[in-house]
Design a protein around this ligand. Structure first.
Ligand code: HEM
Length: 413
C-alpha cells in the first residue's frame, strides 16, 4: 500500500468509526452490535423488537428473524458482491474466495471443491481428529494443572486437521499455524489500517508458501485437496490464481470457526454443570451438545448479502445495492422457531436447522467436518479431563462476527 493509499484508508476508517459511534450513541442496536459487545444477545432482542426487518441508522437492513433470513439466503436476487463486482467493505484485502463470489464463478469453484469436502469423504478425518485430540490431552496432562484451553487444545485440533486435508507438508506447519492466526483477523472485519496491513503481509507470505507447496504436489501428488484440484488447473477449469486463494481460504474458514465451536461448547457446558455431568455420563450426547452450541452460541454471528435488484421484503423496499445483515446468532434464538431459546439445553427436541452454517448456495462446505471435530474433541475432554473447571477471567475476541474466546483459563486437577 502506498503512503497516500494508507492515509486515505486511515481517514476512511476514522470517519467510519466516528459515524459508528454517533449512530450507536443514538441507540441504534445494530450499530451497538458492530462495536463488539461482550454479550450481543440482549442487543439482538432490541433488533428483534424493531420487527423482522428494519433499516439501521448505518443504512444496512437488518434481520434477526429465522424465517426471513432463511428466505433471503435462498433468494437469487441477493448476492455477496455489488452489481459492479466489488465486495463491501472495500478495505477487506481478501475477497476472491468462494465465499466472496456470486454465480457463475461461485458455482464453478464450489463444484470443484465438493469432491474433497463431501460429508462421506470428510469421515476419513475421524481417526485423525481422535489421534490429535488424544495427543493434545496427553500433553495437557503432562503439563501444568492450569492452562488456556483455547491455545492448548481448541486452536490446535482444527489447524492440524485442515493442514492434513489441504496438504501442508510438516516443515511448513509452524509458519502455516502462525500465518493462519494472523489472517484470522479477516473474519473479524478488519478494524484498523495496521491490522489490514498485517493481514495483507500474512496473505503475501502464505501465497509464497502455497505456490511452493503446489509445485511440490504437482511433482509428487498425495491424498489431499491440492492434489485433488491440480487436474482442474491442468484442464483449464481452475486458474492458478484461483487455486492459491482457495487453499488459503479453507484454513481460515475451517479453523477459527471450529476452534470457537469447541471453546463455546465447553464454556456452555461448564456454565451448566448439570448438563456437563449428563454429557460425561452419556458421551453419545456429543452430537446434541454440538447442535445446541451451534444454536445457543454460534461462532459465526452474522454475515451479509447485497440486493442485486430492488426487492420487496416484509413490506419494505430494499433498494438494489444495499446490504442486508443476517444476524445468525439472533435468528438461532428466534422464539417463533425455538422454545425457550435463551436456554442451553442439550436434551432439546431437534428443531429446524440453525443458520450457523448459513443456508442456500453458500451453505458451509465444512459443516460435516466441524461437527466431527467438535464431537470428538468434546468426547475426549469429557472422558479424560472430567474435573475440568474454569479458574480465571475469560477474554473474548474483539469481533462482532466471530464469537469466541482468546483466553479460557481452566484447571484439570
Ligand atoms: C463451526 C465451524 C464452522 C462454522 C460455524 C462455519 C460457518 C460458515 C458460514 C456461516 C458460512 C457461510 C457464510 C455466508 O453465507 O455468507 C460458511 C461457508 C463456508 N465454510 Fe464454514 N463454518 C465452519 C467450519 C468450516 C470448515 C471446517 C470448513 C472447511 C473444511 C469450512 C468451509 C467453508 C467454505 C468453503 C465456505 C464457503 C461456501 C460457499 O461460499 O459456497 N467451514 N461457513
Amino acid at each position: 500500500m502506498t503512503d497516500l493509499a494508507d492515509r486515505q484508508a486511515r481517514a476512511q476508517m476514522a470517519l467510519w468509526q466516528d459515524h459508528l459511534r454517533a449512530v450507536s450513541d443514538r441507540g441504534d442496536p445494530y450499530a451497538q452490535l458492530l462495536r463488539a459487545p461482550e454479550d450481543p444477545y440482549p442487543l439482538y432482542e432490541h433488533v428483534r423488537a424493531r420487527g423482522p426487518l428494519h433499516r439501521s441508522g448505518l443504512g444496512v437492513w437488518v434481520t434477526a428473524s429465522h424465517k426471513l433470513a432463511n428466505k433471503v439466503l435462498r433468494d437469487k436476487r441477493f448476492g455477496v458482491r455489488r452489481a459492479d463486482g466489488t465486495k463491501a467493505p472495500e478495505f477487506m484485502p481478501f475477497d476472491n474466495s468462494m465465499l466472496g463470489l456470486d454465480p457463475p464463478e461461485h458455482t464453478r469453484l464450489r463444484k470443484l471443491s465438493v469432491p474433497s469436502l463431501n460429508p462421506r469423504r470428510l469421515q476419513r478425518w475421524t481417526p485423525v481428529a481422535e489421534q490429535v485430540s488424544d495427543e493434545l490431552i496427553d500433553r495437557i496432562l503432562a503439563g501444568r494443572a492450569e492452562f488456556n484451553l483455547m491455545s492448548a487444545f481448541a486452536q490446535q485440533l482444527p489447524l492440524r486437521v485442515i493442514g492434513d486435508l489441504v496438504g501442508i507438508p510438516q516443515r511448513h506447519r509452524r509458519s502455516f499455524f502462525q500465518l493462519s492466526r494472523r489472517m484470522a483477523y479477516l473474519l473479524d472485519g478488519v478494524a484498523s489500517v495496521e491490522v489490514a496491513r498485517d493481514v495483507r503481509a500474512a496473505i503475501a507470505e502464505m501465497t509464497v508458501m502455497f505456490t511452493d507447496i503446489i509445485a511440490e504436489r504437482r511433482a509428487d501428488p498425495a491424498d489431499d485437496l491440492i492434489s485433488d484440484l491440480l487436474p482442474a488447473v491442468d484442464d483449464g477449469r481452475l486458474a492458478m490464481d484461483e487455486l492459491v486463494p482457495l487453499c488459503m481460504f479453507l484454513p481460515l474458514a475451517g479453523t477459527e470457526t471450529t476452534v470457537n465451536l469447541i471453546g463455546n461448547a465447553v464454556r456452555a457446558l461448564l456454565r451448566h454443570p448439570e448438563q456437563w455431568e449428563m454429557f460425561k455420563a452419556d458421551p453419545s450426547l456429543a452430537p446434541a451438545v454440538v447442535q445446541e452450541t451451534l444454536r445457543y452460541d454460534t461462532p459465526v454471528q452474522q454475515y451479509r448479502r447485497i440486493a442485486h435488484t430492488d426487492v420487496e421484503l416484509d413490506g419494505h423496499l430494499v433498494p438494489a445495492g444495499t446490504e442486508l445483515a443476517i444476524c445468525a446468532g439472533a435468528a438461532n434464538r428466534d422464539p417463533e422457531v425455538y422454545s425457550a431459546p435463551e436456554r442451553f439445553d442439550i436434551t432439546r427436541e431437534s428443531g429446524p436447522d440453525t443458520l450457523s452454517f448459513s443456508a442456500g448456495i453458500h451453505f458451509c462446505l465444512g459443516a460435516a467436518l466441524a461437527r466431527i471435530e467438535a464431537e470428538i474433541a468434546l468426547v475426549a475432554l469429557a472422558a479424560r479431563l472430567p474435573d475440568l473447571r474454569r479458574v480465571g477471567q475469560v477474554r473474548r475476541r474483539d469481533s462482532f462476527i466471530i464469537r469466541g474466546m482468546l483466553q479460557f483459563p481452566v484447571a484439570v486437577r
